[in-house]
Design a protein around this ligand. Structure first.
Ligand SMILES: [Zn+2]
Length: 286
């Protein structure tokens, strides 16, 4: 069984083919913000169709960088990836490529990828958080994505951590995403995440807000593990060691909930592996 996996993010998209569970083809392109949806769709189809001339592709899974109404297979909103609101991406892909296709938001897909193939193997429930352009989250419980009643579960990025903080793109103030995501770090400090995380004093302040968000997750869900992906997780132990320390300080003293916070094991490919797992779970057709 060959599976096409697509990861549509805020600054780039990635596309791969898995033969079984082995990655056989992979391509990645920076997003052309001007070109928007039409440009990206054309790129994706061009790459996918060229692979279809070389090999049979049986099905497709997609992780999309914005809220997705899973039951309706509809993109609800695109804040970081322009022009996709209300779009029926999977229906378009099915028509163009002639294969069944299933989509979820990228954080849910990343969570499933890590749970099945990465840092979450043997750790259930798993909470996955990605910190890149924005912040997304996904919960895997008993091996399945927990989507909640309306497909909006896991949105840890818009928990309020600073009620008097600066305004977030969502209109609220001091959201975890507003305080901690890559887009705002660059705008607020004029330095890239990579530079900022070499500054121990910056990290000390940063982990306070990040831990406020994760504390809510630990107190509410008691996950067996929290895996953090996205560009900022590449800061490695310079980030994770102070983060665990701060969490131990913040989490309520009587709670014996474990504090197991690690970098995502699949790196840039959590979402692609998750898209594979989504397609597997859909059993080739809805
Ligand atoms: Zn917000």
């Amino acid at each position: 069984m060959n599976t096409l996996a697509i990861d549509i993010g805020g600054t780039k998209f990635s596309i791969a083919v898995f033969e079984g569970r082995r990655p056989a083809r992979r391509d990645s392109r920076a997003t052309d913000r001007e070109g928007g949806r039409d440009w990206m769709m054309e790129q994706i189809l061009r790459i996918a169709k060229s692979w279809q001339t070389e090999m049979a592709i049986d099905r497709c899974g997609v992780g999309f960088g914005g809220p997705v109404i899973f039951q309706a297979q509809r993109i609800a909103l695109s804040t970081h990836v322009g022009g996709w609101s209300d779009s029926k991406l999977t229906a378009d892909l099915e028509r163009e490529l002639g294969i069944p296709c299933v989509m979820d938001n990228d954080a849910n897909a990343g969570a499933l990828g890590e749970a099945r193939f990465g840092s979450g193997v043997g750790f259930d429930p798993l909470f996955y958080m990605t910190i890149s352009t924005g912040i997304g989250g996904g919960l895997i419980s008993e091996g399945e994505i927990y989507r909640g009643a309306d497909s909006y579960a896991g949105e840890i990025g818009h928990l309020t951590v600073r009620p008097d903080g600066p305004e977030c793109l969502c209109g609220a103030r001091g959201c975890l995403e507003r305080m901690c995501c890559g887009l705002w770090l660059e705008r607020d400090y004029g330095r890239t995440g990579k530079e900022l995380f070499q500054d121990a004093n910056f990290v000390k302040r940063y982990v306070v807000d990040l831990a406020l968000g994760l504390k809510a997750c630990i107190m509410l869900l008691n996950p067996a593990r929290i895996a953090i992906g996205g560009g900022i997780s590449k800061a490695g132990e310079a980030l994770f060691r102070p983060l665990r320390q701060e969490l131990r300080r913040q989490v309520t003293a009587w709670s014996r909930a474990r504090i197991d916070v690690v970098p995502a094991a699949l790196g840039d490919d959590s979402v692609l592996y998750g898209a594979l797992a989504l397609a597997e779970a859909a059993r080739g057709g809805r």
